[in-house]
Design a protein around this ligand. Sequence first.
Ligand code: PGA
Length: 248
Amino acid sequence: MNVIRVPDYEAMSKRAADFLTARIKELPSPVIGLATGSTPKGMYKQLIHACRMEKISFRHVTTFNLDEYIGLPASDPNSYHSFMRKTFFQHMDIPPEQIYIPDGEAVLLENECTRYESLIDKKGVDVQVLGIGQNGHIGFNEPGTPFDQTTHVTTLTDSTRQANARFFSSIESVPKQAITMGIASIMKSREILLLASGPHKAEAVARLFSGNVLEAFPASVLQDHPHVTIIVDDEAFSLVSRKEEKYD
Ligand code: PGA
């Protein structure tokens, strides 16, 4: 894993935007896997700025989002459809037909998972952007998710619902299920860019560097991917050396 240490969130966001910009300029039809959450927001802001300044265009880019809640209409302010529209897509020049997000309102959820995975296989993701959950989840692949799972319906852990409750009026209104790309779907990406910032991510980052690949800690699978870059700020990196040998 290629580790880029930066001082803070701002620097992480800038570095991540530069990383994606370089790929988007060099690839003829880039396919980028996108993530929601607080972590990539600064990167999106940087990319929007670059697009406004006409330093970059996303017209030739296709995007795949990692996940979507089940049971929230796409129009709900807390759906990931809404998050992506407000945070990124409405400011960018990506043609809508090149934007893919799992449909959490699908009547036949299993069919939706199969459809989404086939699209991923057909287009092939060049770079997948990931955050990391405090429990080590990537996408909504919670601890214990088998590494061979592709896009699937998952039940969110209490800790993930608690972590995401800050966006909802109450914990009860946080959906209990989601559709997520599986670990196997993520591992098919040619390249992975993982971002981590802040002291609340320090434990998870330390464990990621612990050297043990375990389904109990989903992000650890990235150690088996040939092309991973991690952009991590000082706070998120702060426990790496001390915790390195403590997990097994
Ligand atoms: P965050 O979420 O970016 O809001 O911290 C990351 C994640 O849970 O994967």
